[in-house]
Design a protein around this ligand. Sequence first.
Ligand code: ATP
Ligand code: MG
Length: 142
Amino acid sequence: MAEEIITHSSEETVQWGREFAKRLKPPVLVLLTGDLGTGKTTLTKGLVSGLGAANENDVTSPTFTLVHVYGKQAEVFHADLYRIETFHDFETLGLEDMFGVPAVAILEWSEKFPLPSPWPVLRVRLEHLGGDTRRISVLDPP
Ligand SMILES: Nc1ncnc2c1ncn2[C@@H]1O[C@H](COP(=O)(O)OP(=O)(O)OP(=O)(O)O)[C@@H](O)[C@H]1O
Ligand SMILES: [Mg+2]
């Protein structure tokens, strides 16, 4: 059974992310799925700050920059496939370079293209439940 939590504010989502970060042992790939504005970047603020790689205020959306790197030794990668339109562009991005050193890699809009991962994968789905309410599900491996 997938593990689920309901949050009622962005602060709650960040806080849950901080707790969840304790379970992330590098190397691991965290695939985030969910519609626009469900809180993937917000959750990442909690993950990155919980891992001690950066302050949550320094975690911003990689929608346009595509990949952000947090931490002095590049402990956390944060990427976003939202603007990637073709499989060719996806391949050109070279995301597999993230897998060079054991780290935590977080991918928004991961459902757009499949990223073969040599690392264990965790899938987290975010859903709108109206207003500021969100459901966050840690999905079972397929
Ligand atoms: N419970 C909640 N959890 C997370 N964010 C929330 C919640 N309630 C309201 N929000 C608001 O929803 C928005 C979520 O934006 P965020 O950029 O994190 O989403 P996203 O899933 O990364 O979107 P995108 O697909 O554009 O990258 C923020 O403005 C945040 O303040
Ligand atoms: Mg985002």
